[in-house]
Write a protein that binds this ligand. Structure first.
Ligand code: ZN
Length: 409
């Protein structure tokens, strides 16, 4: 194993979550008895550049090609904290970094939901490796190529469309093994005065909140700002702006902007975040080890809360059948013994079953006939809209459990 950023081969173990299946693909009823392939889910830290990353990588072809990738950005609640966090990105790309007819390219553009918002007089082009999301993007009229972003595809795009004024990607760069290949493509495609942006899981928020829900097999890397400064610089780009967004809740998303200009003025929020990482010694082995221990404590706390409620004869259902939630179940040891079913608004997920635990996923409408005593909210960044939507459930005495083990009164 070689470090994705610096090529070093020495690592320290940080967090061992056991063996896990691919989580973004739910199972059909007919596949429940077939047995699922599992892979080690272990976070390690590079001893040289400090990047936290998975020890074992599952080939992304398995994730994106051999089975349907069930995550469509457009299926997410558009008023959620996650989607709202992109409003500032769209505004910034428009007002600060582009003018009419400029080309904007998005990496991992999924079904085109975010890219479409940036259109308004600009030329837009998406690039995404998952064929089924690309087809959805094309159906809604967002031009999108199916494939990985790298040097070859960047050269073809540049030849046909010219250099791109803005290239970036949200929540896709952690899924990519050959990250230098992507950065090579970015550097190739970007105009001389172009802007690169990225939004990724933020290691700082994970460490601070002992948050492990983002640890799953398709997240290969867990980035700090320092990691991005290193990675960009190795590809001739310089980070000049960075801040923590609320896309994943709890300070778990990092957005960075970089350009080719080494001397470009750095933003105050960039400087502040660099200082904060230094002050909290975020990029040290000590912080990583403390994170690993802290996550186990958090998972144990949640397990105790849930088993105690079960002892009292309470029924519990999950809210949101997403990868993050399955990681929480995994480390906390929560199974079909504890959770009766999952509710999910995405029609693509309804009628399917969770990996390993085989908990059925149903629509909220179907849940109405068999409401639980407690809904377990697996994604903290949707808690506010779920709670608002479920006012009647609460009025009827229903309660909520959160990943940190807290329960509404
Ligand atoms: Zn490294």
């Amino acid at each position: 194993m070689k470090c994705r950023i610096c090529g070093n081969t020495k690592f320290d173990d940080v967090l061992d979550m056991g063996k896990a299946p691919l989580v973004n693909s739910l199972l059909d009823k007919k596949d429940l008895s077939k047995g699922e392939k599992k892979y080690p889910l272990v976070v390690v830290r590079c001893s040289k550049c400090s990047l936290a990353q998975l020890k074992t990588i599952v080939d992304s072809h398995k994730i994106y090609h051999d089975q349907d990738y069930l995550y469509f950005t457009g299926d997410m609640p558009q008023q959620s904290q996650y989607m709202r966090a992109f409003d500032s990105l769209v505004t910034e790309v428009h007002d600060k970094h582009t003018k009419k007819d400029d080309l904007i390219v998005e990496i991992g553009s999924n079904d085109g939901t975010v890219l479409e918002k940036m259109k308004d007089g600009r030329r837009i082009l998406g690039v995404d490796p998952a064929t089924n999301v690309v087809i959805r993007a094309l159906a809604r009229g967002v031009p999108t190529l199916s494939g990985p972003m790298e040097g070859r595809i960047a050269r073809i795009i540049k030849k046909e469309f010219g250099p791109s004024k803005v290239v970036g990607g949200a929540n896709c760069l952690a899924h990519i093994d050959n990250i230098h290949g992507v950065m090579e493509g970015v550097a190739e495609l970007l105009s001389e005065d172009g802007i690169f942006w990225a939004e990724v899981n933020y290691w700082g928020g994970m460490v601070k909140h002992r948050h492990y829900a983002l640890v799953y097999l398709d997240h290969y890397s867990y980035f700090s700002l320092k990691n991005w400064i290193d990675l960009a610089q190795m590809n001739g780009l310089y980070v000049f702006d960075a801040f923590v967004t609320e896309a994943q809740g709890d300070g778990l998303s990092l957005r960075i902007f970089a350009s080719r200009d080494k001397n470009r003025a750095k933003s105050e929020r960039f400087k502040k975040l660099v200082q904060e990482e230094e002050k909290t010694k975020l990029n040290t082995l000590k912080a990583a080890k403390a994170y690993g221990e802290g996550c186990k404590i958090e998972a144990n706390k949640l397990y105790k809360v849930i088993t105690e409620l079960k002892k009292q004869g309470k029924s519990i259902a999950g809210y949101g059948a997403a990868a993050k939630g399955f990681s929480v179940l995994q480390l906390a040891g929560i199974t079909q013994k504890h959770i009766d079913y999952f509710v999910d608004d995405s029609p693509a997920k309804q009628g399917k079953y969770t990996p390993v635990t085989h908990i059925p996923v149903i629509s909220r409408k179907d849940a109405e006939k068999r409401l639980p005593d407690y809904f377990f909210i697996t994604a903290p960044n949707y808690a506010d809209i779920i709670m608002a939507k479920e006012e009647n459930f609460r009025k009827g005495g229903g309660k909520f459990i959160f990943c940190d083990g807290t329960v509404t009164s």
